[in-house]
Design a protein around this ligand. Structure first.
Ligand code: FAD
Length: 317
């Protein structure tokens, strides 16, 4: 079913979560262990992230450098099929501009349509760690708005290299990302919202936000999004902090602030277990406040580990 339909038919706030495809070599069993406990809370959909290959340069004895790919997380289509089959839940693959030509995007969408995927989250992706600027593939999309247009075009039967519309068409519901604390490349929130509006005008039907730890920033963001004339559902993304390392890593990686009250509690922690406790409690309070405000769905970034999200959902749903 489409995410917009789940939301419009829901009588209370929905629970959903995101998982990462396993690294090559890991089994589907590991992945399922990160999903199984959370099925108790009846998520209508589970997001599956997509990760570009990262490259390193290996030096050979003759001095030549070889570019080799590391950290592969292959098989989004297969993973979506496996999750849908095993758990009878809608899988939502993340689809990137980065690393894909238009042709490859079309092929991926045809595969996803074949296996019964009905929703995709369209994203630009970031530059690989070895590069400092996002560069699209030759004939790839520079911005998500153009990826949304391609998907919506296929929904209308517009495939590449077809001179006339084919009569066949996909029927994807397309989600896009929103940033309560602004996307890091955008010079201002107003600029970012203008381009969010362009994604919606291109056909996006719902927004999932970047994680945030201060609900006030989310509420202000929603207000500004509505003032910009965007009316589609906005799903907040939540992440419980679970390790000491994440206290610095999350702000650095996702360009967000941790509120003073949260930091005051985290600074008292000396072990990962202490941090996890604080992180879970904070996320429970955030979740309760968001539900009280009538938020349509809460979306948890689990990093494929169920335990923290399970504890939150037990208290909240
Ligand atoms: P866009 O909407 O294209 O925007 C990128 C930047 O360009 C913004 O600053 C925007 O303001 C600006 N911009 C847009 N259009 C224009 C224009 N025409 N001219 C000038 N500037 C413009 N990354 C992954 O690699 N894999 C994932 O699975 C993944 N999942 C994510 C899920 C969520 C919910 C979120 C919030 C992010 C996710 N990301 C993922 C990260 C995402 O790929 C990055 O944040 C990326 O840098 C931006 O993607 P976007 O779709 O928001 O880009």
């Amino acid at each position: 079913m489409k995410i917009t339909e789940f939301i419009s038919q829901a009588e209370k706030t929905l629970f959903s979560f995101e998982i990462l495809p396993p690294l090559k070599g890991q089994s589907l069993k590991d992945l399922c262990e990160g999903i199984e406990p959370l099925m108790e809370f009846n998520p209508p959909f589970v997001d599956v992230t997509y990760h570009r290959e990262e490259f390193i340069y290996k030096k050979h004895p003759n001095g030549l450098l070889e570019k080799v790919s590391t950290k592969k997380r292959p098989g989004t289509v297969g993973i979506c099929a496996a999750i849908m089959n095993r758990f009878q839940v809608d899988a939502v693959p993340h689809l990137l501009c980065g690393g894909f030509s238009r042709e490859e995007t079309e092929n991926a969408l045809i595969d996803l349509n074949f296996i019964g995927v009905q929703n995709v989250l369209a994203l630009r992706g970031d530059a690989p760690k070895s590069e400092n600027k996002f560069v699209p593939e030759p004939d790839g999309h520079s911005y998500t708005k153009d990826l949304v247009s391609q998907i919506v075009g296929m929904n209308k039967g517009r495939y590449l290299h077809e001179e006339t519309e084919t009569g066949f068409h996909t029927d994807f519901c397309v989600g896009v990302a929103g940033y309560p604390e602004k996307h890091f490349e955008a010079p201002s929130l107003k600029f970012d919202l203008k381009h969010l509006k362009a994604k919606v005008d291109a056909g996006a039907e719902y927004i999932v936000t970047q994680m945030f730890f201060d609900n006030q920033k989310y509420f202000e963001f929603v207000k500004k999004v509505r003032e910009a004339g965007i009316t589609i559902p906005i799903i907040p993304g939540l992440k419980p902090i679970t390790t000491l390392g994440q206290i610095t890593m999350l702000p650095r990686t996702f360009f967000l602030d941790l509120p003073d009250a949260l930091m005051d509690e985290l600074e008292k922690c000396s072990t990962n277990a202490d941090v996890k406790q604080v992180g879970i409690e904070w996320a429970i309070q955030q979740s309760k406040e968001l539900i009280a405000a009538g938020t349509p769905c809460l979306h948890y970034y689990t990093m494929s580990k169920a335990d923290a999200t399970y504890k939150i959902a037990t208290e909240v749903f």
